[in-house]
Design a protein. Structure first.
Length: 343
């Protein structure tokens, strides 16, 4: 029986829908579709722009032949507050009472303007009174949620659940009980999100306000290209020193260096807390993840094996259209959202 909830990734440059069905051998892909997002996307407050966005979402669902009318949606990391916090072991009732006071310490805006949510990532058993529980704290501006609900209603779709992008990505990429300690780097169009996963649990998240668009702009400025031309060259040649005389990589270096700097800080923070369990791999996801030479760049500068993630590994043996498979890392958010209903 098909699930009546699908994953919808409303990105800055594209809209992606994924509809999955659970089987004993994995997931079955019922539908997948992607199309460019309207230029002003979800950032605009204009009613006309919001109508255009609603129309684009409705078209994606129609073209994908999705007959479910409810979706899981990810909020952009740049507009929400996310923090993994440690707390004493509490019951669900106690946690519900305590979380507001915890949020006051970590969210730098008045809580009456925020919709607060949380997820218990790890709660130790009764035989472990020393270890603390890990809780993912998320605060989203209430006005942002109202906007999403308005646009989705205009598109004829109800929102089943809202979560952050990095949570969706992590769900899609964490496979199996023996998943090694990993650093996930999700490079979106406007921002980059980090998550460190240990024992299949997110222990750290971080947001970097730069992404694929910044790379394209740096390339355009350095080489005198238009932004579309820079995007084309970036995807074709990547940052590989042996391609295009290494000019693309050199132009992109300042942006990559800023991302790498934050990655190293995250790794140092983790190593200090868990010296006995080092990070084994870096997983790259998002639209810029498959740039030629990018995985080599992170491997050489971190000393850790770095690979381009393939979230379609969650599927049971099944054909995926080549054009979709070629862009696999771009679908991590949508796949993770579609998987949420089977947790």
């Amino acid at each position: 029986m098909k699930n009546k909830v699908f994953g919808l990734d409303i990105g800055a440059t594209t809209i992606k829908a994924v509809w999955l069905e659970k089987s004993k051998d994995g997931y079955i892909l019922d539908a997948v579709y992607t199309m460019p997002a309207p230029a002003k996307g979800m950032l605009s407050e204009s009613p006309l722009d919001q109508e255009e966005m609603a129309g684009a979402i409705a078209k994606v669902i129609q073209e994908a032949n999705i007959d479910a009318r409810s979706s899981n949606i990810a909020l952009p990391e740049s507009q929400v507050f996310t923090k993994v916090i440690e707390m004493p072991i509490l019951s669900d009732k106690e946690l519900a009472s305590a979380i507001y006071w915890e949020a006051e310490q970590y969210i730098p805006v008045p809580l009456n303007t925020i919709t607060l949510d949380y997820k218990v990532l790890y709660r130790p058993g009764p035989n472990d009174p020393i270890t603390k529980m890990n809780v993912l704290l998320v605060g989203a501006p209430s006005t942002l949620i109202d906007k999403y609900e308005k646009i989705m209603t205009m598109a004829g779709i109800s929102i089943n659940a809202l979560e952050t992008e990095i949570l969706s990505v992590s769900r899609a990429l964490i496979l199996g009980e023996n998943f090694p300690s990993s650093l996930i780097i999700n490079i979106g169009a406007l921002s980059t999100s980090l998550a460190i996963v240990r024992n299949n649990i997110i222990t750290f998240t971080y947001f970097i306000p730069t992404g694929g668009v910044a790379l394209s702009r740096a390339i355009a400025a350095d080489l005198g290209f238009s932004i579309p031309q820079a995007e084309e060259y970036k995807r074709a040649y990547g940052i590989d020193e042996s391609s295009f005389g290494g000019k693309i990589g050199k132009a992109a270096e300042p942006v990559l260096t800023s991302i790498l700097s934050e990655v190293k800080k995250a790794m140092a923070f983790y190593a200090e807390r868990f010296p006995q369990d080092p990070i084994k791999q870096i997983l790259l996801s998002g639209g810029s993840a498959k740039l030629p030479g990018l995985s080599t760049y992170f491997a050489e500068n971190s000393g850790i094996e770095s690979v381009v993630a393939n979230p379609w590994k969650v599927l049971a043996s099944q054909e995926v259209p080549k054009e979709i498979l070629d862009d696999a890392p771009e679908y991590a958010i949508a796949i993770g959202l579609a998987m949420r209903e089977y947790e």
